[in-house]
Design a protein around this ligand. Structure first.
Ligand SMILES: Nc1ncnc2c1ncn2[C@@H]1O[C@H](COP(=O)(O)OP(=O)(O)OP(=O)(O)O)[C@@H](O)[C@H]1O
Ligand SMILES: [Mg+2]
Length: 441
């Protein structure tokens, strides 16, 4: 488990979510408590169960976003599910235990990635050596000089490491390997999907097969193969089960949608309540059978979230409410928040549009005044129409930049300056309408 302090967790969340401090602090504390608990004696640990969190707040103010970001910063097994998923197609309680099984799968992938990272240097070394042996005969044919095998091997090794041969294809005998998994934990874009390749090989039966691969693909493939040999699969499963059980976090989104709305027709309410009853044992602590072994759910941290604008928290069955002792409310976003959401987060709305249009050679600039105006329009539209929270910003931006998005093409580089006039010209109507309405009233 990671050792981020609550403050560090909040700081990380701050990079993406504006405001909502109460919610951030609650999850940060809950996560830190996991870590604290893990340092206690087994007897003490057994006594301390997580204090589950219920987040309530209007639509589009960051509930799901907090969950999403949390997933990336907690180095703990994490799954997010919509509670509504279990009300589908009429029948109640569609295998709610699958949440826990998913958690175990996530945990296994995590532990496996870690173990693979550990053996990566060693596996790479072996893979390089094997690859050199495969390419050597080819190189020898092409080579007219009087170099010794050892010299050629050394040259090849350097070439492979420098990536000079990445694009070259070779034929190689590949044995079916165990499960496809992500190979190179450091892999970034453009990487081939080894899972797919291994899958194909697998599909052809378990025998050896000759395949044409680029050197890069072959390298990745062999690293994977060697890594599989080096890691202890059983140990991975054991550790993964332990981690899911002790550190697991389950985010139950849209929990309000399975709360019975007061005054609704019976049928629906029964099915919603059914889902709550199905979720209950898992949240209360039970044992779930997975194909990798059994797992207790007592120590899994549950964070539930919902808008609760139609139903209330009190509409949840009491037993379930009782299992979420920590309640946090997320606030409605203000105009000032909107300005910040437009500008500040790592994935800020304006940054997104700049990046998108950058692809077509358009340089997009916004004056501060324009940004304030955009925030104002979004805020007013939320007030006058349905309140979409920060999602409104996207709607407003699409509207504002419709022409630019339509006209931009990759033939010319140009700069577009979005100032107050630009905003007024394109989306000023919203403001005028309100002013008018105010005037009439
Ligand atoms: N406080 C915030 N700071 C930055 N971005 C935000 C904030 N709140 C919402 N957003 C952005 O608005 C969008 C919707 O937010 P999110 O999915 O978190 O809504 P939600 O609270 O889960 O709403 P719902 O109840 O409808 O599920 C996301 O793109 C998110 O990045
Ligand atoms: Mg949501």
């Amino acid at each position: 488990m990671d050792t981020l302090t609550p403050k560090q967790i909040v700081q990380e969340l701050d990079r993406y979510i504006i405001g909502q401090n109460e919610a951030k602090i609650a999850v940060a504390i809950a996560l830190r408590n996991r870590y604290r608990r893990s340092k206690l004696s087994p007897e003490m640990r057994e006594e301390i169960t997580p204090k589950n969190i219920l987040m309530k707040g209007p639509t589009g103010v960051g509930k799901t976003e907090i969950a999403r970001r949390l997933a990336k910063i907690v180095k703990a097994p994490f799954v997010k599910v919509e509670a509504t998923k279990f009300t589908e197609v009429g029948y109640v309680g569609r295998d709610v235990e699958s949440i826990i099984r998913d958690l175990v799968e996530v945990s296994i992938r995590m532990v496996k990635d870690e173990k693979f990272k550990e053996v990566l240097p060693k596996a790479t070394e072996i893979a390089e050596r094997n690859l050199v042996d495969i390419i050597l005969p080819i190189r020898k044919k092409a080579e007219t000089g009087e170099k010794s095998d050892a010299e050629l091997k050394e040259e090849l090794l350097q070439d492979i490491r420098a990536g000079h041969l990445d694009g070259i294809t070779i034929k190689m005998e590949v044995k079916a390997t165990p499960k496809p998994i992500q190979l190179n934990p450091n892999a970034h874009g453009g990487e081939i999907d080894m899972g797919g390749i291994i899958g194909n090989i697998f599909g052809g039966g378990a025998q050896k097969k000759v395949r044409t691969l680029t050197v890069k693909q072959a390298m990745d493939f062999m690293i994977n193969q060697e890594s599989e040999k080096m890691v202890d699969q059983d140990a991975i499963i054991t550790e993964a089960l332990r981690r899911a059980e002790q550190d697991g976090v389950v985010f139950l989104d849209e929990i309000d949608k399975v709360a019975a709305k007061s005054g609704r027709e019976q049928g629906h309410d029964v099915s919603r309540e059914g889902v709550q009853r199905d979720i209950l044992p898992i949240v209360e602590g039970c044992t779930v059978q997975t194909k990798h072994g059994t797992i207790r759910t007592d120590f899994i941290l549950f964070v539930a979230a919902g808008a609760f604008h139609i139903s209330k928290m009190g509409d949840l069955i009491p037993e379930l409410q009782g299992r979420f002792p920590i309640r946090v409310e997320l606030n409605n976003l203000t105009e000032a928040d909107f300005v910040r959401i437009l500008k500040e987060p790592d994935n800020a709305v304006l940054k997104q549009y700049k990046a998108l249009l950058g692809v077509d050679g358009v340089e997009l600039n916004f004056t501060d005044e324009a940004i304030e105006e955009i925030a104002k329009v979004a805020y007013i539209e939320n007030e006058n129409n349905e309140n979409l929270g920060a999602r409104r910003l996207h709607a407003v931006m699409e509207h504002l930049l419709k022409e630019v998005l339509y006209d931009a093409d990759d033939n010319e580089t140009k700069a577009i300056n979005v100032d107050k006039d630009f905003v007024d010209k394109h989306i000023g109507n919203a403001l005028k309408d309100t002013n008018l309405r105010k005037y009439i009233l």
